[in-house]
Design a protein around this ligand. Structure first.
Ligand SMILES: Nc1ncnc2c1ncn2[C@@H]1O[C@H](COP(=O)(O)OP(=O)(O)OP(=O)(O)O)[C@@H](O)[C@H]1O
Length: 696
């Protein structure tokens, strides 16, 4: 007797999630029984007589519910495909086939009724896929029985209506084509993991990454319990082949993964951490680091839900500033790291103290310090005088540079006197300590999320922390389109060579295609880097879902805007949307406070998302956050409010005397809007009053 393999499909989990809680309990109970012995008599494993596929059977959950299972007898594979009321489950099952695709080698579930009832008339000239050769459709994974049906599709809407009937992977390929991508490019994308040998053995076919996008093999009781506990958190179980290809790969050195908003970069980074941890030797450790503190906490929680305790204990998750502060404290380093307002005060004092012959603003000095001194470690006068100023817009001749240096000298003195450090100088000092003590603890692997926001000192520190280049040393995910802080890294200049180890994620799992396109439109005409020396045009990128276009509204005054907002919130709650899944996003904290006041007055409880606190969805209230704080998060509905002139872009942020810095700041403001809009899963509203933002 062949060994038994039990796998659950993604669709089964979706169907399961829709059952009443009591029925879910029964299904879970059944699943345990089934896992122990699918052949036991209590399972009531029955053939469905008029089913198209003789592998498809029903199983009895209770008097009301039935599960649908495909069995390949010879291999002992059981695939749990669906669960529903008796009649509905049978209806679903009758039309289905579960097969290994002859061309792609993966397991597919699809509808065959259409191909038998359709009249055999020629496909219309206007068919969306009339230009695609039959062989190419087969290569994309369209089952031969569905070729005729696909050729008859005339509009994108017709294609979307067939989503549940076409195999998931083939549907994805067809959607890429509808969105204008060349057929060959789509075939290449879809066959990322294609192996030549084809199989008719379900056990083998389930191992293909393309099958693992839709099926998970149940290994043990604990794993089954966890899958069933959060059936809609598909990211924990099903990875896209393009995601799996970077998660489970041995890289000979640093690797970089780019991808637009919502393409699963964080998901990939987390699975990568788990995968590395699962094969690590005793005492080896992984550092998983991000730019923002609240995201690090989120990641910590999510890792807990996918990792075994033995894996978890090898992964340290901390935002890099937090790591630096802790490390320096452990070294008895007697300095406090200071930010924004405090730093601005020190710069002003340094300018006031130094007697200089140039008229430049505190912002100029701060930027020059970061972009030239810290970026190139030009900490002495002679180094600064020689340092490259490429990327700075204000020209400084040697004489002016010497004047600027006087302020830098004062700045360094003041920082020393007050026992202060800016974070980038602190990172530099961490690295120096590490270099002096090479035997000190290093990380076997480092994973970086939000890689676009780290600067050069951060990457040099990470390079030092990972030690000499080695297998799987650094794994960096990021997206320059979401750069909202001032840093701009060039990995190669920090000693991180990713050549030949670079990938793109192309599917947006979060937002609708309509929101994605609208948000991406904000960035039109801007050139973005790839965190290294190349560009990233973000072009090959699409969403899996569709919905309404973003709603853009301008009001006479703030009162009218808030009335719209509160009436919309009422409408949404009445239609069943939970306020916890809605986020109101404003450009500044001051504005946010006004909205919180207004919302509270109107009877809405609010929950503000803060810097170092996760968005705890157990707590009630409509979410409110600044644009910076929503980075990395997601909500069903997003309202970007006060999208007014002088607020987006924020005058204070773009008011820079250096022309390059000013242009960068304008780009960062657009990126902020892009980030805010792409947090939405289903709908976005952008409201303004008075004169609307010039970006709209
Ligand atoms: N393989 C997958 N299956 C199902 N859902 C997925 C998958 N990969 C990602 N997702 C979902 O897509 C959404 C976006 O994922 P994630 O936050 O990792 O993307 P990201 O690229 O890091 O986004 P951003 O850069 O916008 O912060 C999340 O809801 C995540 O659960």
């Amino acid at each position: 007797m062949a060994q038994t393999t039990i796998a659950i499909s993604s669709d089964f989990l979706t169907a399961f999630s829709k059952l009443p809680r009591k029925a879910q309990g029964k299904v879970t109970e059944f699943m345990n029984k089934f896992r122990n012995n699918p052949r036991s008599s209590g399972i009531n494993f029955e053939k469905i007589h008029d089913a198209m596929d003789n592998k498809i059977h029903s199983v009895r959950i209770d008097d009301t519910y039935r599960g649908i299972v495909a069995r390949q007898k010879e291999t002992g594979v059981y695939l749990l495909l669906w669960v529903d009321h008796h009649d509905d489950a049978y209806d679903w099952a009758r039309r289905k086939k579960c097969e290994i695709n002859r061309h792609t080698g993966n397991v597919q579930v699809y509808d065959v009724e259409y191909s038998t009832v359709e009249e055999k008339k020629p496909a219309p000239e206007t068919g969306l896929f009339i230009h695609v050769k039959e062989n190419d459709l087969l290569e994309l994974g369209v089952p031969s029985e569905q070729i005729e049906m696909v050729k008859r599709i005339e509009t994108p809407e017709e294609l979307y209506d067939l989503a549940s009937k076409i195999p998931e992977d083939a549907f994805e390929g067809l959607e890429w084509i509808v969105n204008g991508f060349p057929v060959q490019e789509v075939i290449d994308l879809m066959s990322v993991e294609r192996k030549e040998e084809k199989t008719q053995d379900f056990t083998e076919a389930l191992q293909k990454p393309r099958s693992q996008k839709s099926f998970v093999i149940v290994e043990g009781e604990e794993e089954l319990r966890e899958i069933m506990a959060a059936p809609l958190e598909k990211w924990r179980v099903f990875l896209h082949p393009t995601q799996r290809a970077v998660v489970e790969r041995e890289f000979n050195g640093p690797a970089r993964v780019l991808g637009g908003a919502g393409t699963g970069k964080t998901v990939v980074a987390m699975h990568r951490a788990k995968w590395l941890a699962s094969q690590m030797k005793e005492k080896q450790k992984i550092l998983f680091t991000t730019f923002t503190a609240n995201l690090a906490d989120d990641i910590k929680n999510n890792l807990r839900s996918i990792c075994k305790p033995s894996e978890q204990k090898r992964i340290e998750v901390v935002h890099l500033d937090g790591w630096v502060t802790r490390f320096l404290r452990e070294q008895d380093y007697d300095y406090t790291i200071v930010y924004d307002d405090k730093l601005a005060e020190i710069w002003q004092e340094a300018i006031d103290t130094a007697v200089i012959d140039v008229d430049l603003s505190p912002e100029f000095f701060a930027e020059e310090w970061s972009k030239v001194v810290n970026a190139q470690e030009a900490y002495t006068k002679s180094q600064y005088l020689k340092a490259s100023r490429v990327g700075r817009g204000t020209r400084l001749d040697r004489k002016k540079r010497m004047e600027v240096w006087k302020v830098f000298e004062e700045y360094q003195n003041l920082m020393k006197e007050n026992r202060y450090r800016d974070i980038e100088t602190a990172m530099h000092e961490c690295r120096k300590i590490l270099e002096r003590t090479p035997e000190r603890m290093k990380y076997q692997s480092i994973i970086v999320d939000e890689g676009q926001d780290f600067g050069m000192p951060a990457y040099r520190l990470l390079r030092a922390l990972a030690g000499k280049e080695h297998q799987n040393d650094l794994f960096i995910v990021g997206d320059a389109h979401q750069r909202i802080y001032k840093n701009k890294p060039v990995l190669s200049r920090a000693g991180i060579n990713i050549r030949g180890r670079s990938s793109y994620l192309k599917i947006n799992y979060r937002t609708t295609e309509e929101i994605r396109k609208f948000a991406f439109g904000m960035l039109k005409g801007i050139e973005f880097d790839d965190l290294d020396e190349g560009n990233d045009d973000g072009r090959t990128y699409q969403s899996l879902t569709h919905g309404e276009l973003p709603v853009v509204k301008n009001f006479k005054d703030a009162r009218e805007e808030i009335d719209f907002l509160t009436s919309k919130l009422k409408e949404l709650t009445e239609s069943g949307v939970d306020l916890r899944n809605i986020c109101i996003v404003a450009r500044t904290h001051k504005l946010l406070k006004d909205y919180i006041g207004e919302l509270n007055n109107a009877g809405f409880r609010t929950y503000e998302i803060k810097r170092s606190k996760i968005d705890d969805r157990a707590l009630e209230g409509v979410r409110v956050a600044t644009m910076h704080r929503v980075k990395g998060l997601e909500f069903q509905q997003v309202f970007v409010v006060a999208a007014n002139n002088r607020i987006i872009p924020l005058t204070a942020a773009i008011d820079q005397e250096d022309p390059v810095a000013r242009e960068d700041a304008r780009t960062a403001e657009k990126c902020l809007l892009y980030v805010a809009l792409t947090r939405a899963q289903e709908a976005t509203y952008i409201t303004s009053y008075g004169t609307a933002s010039e970006f709209l």
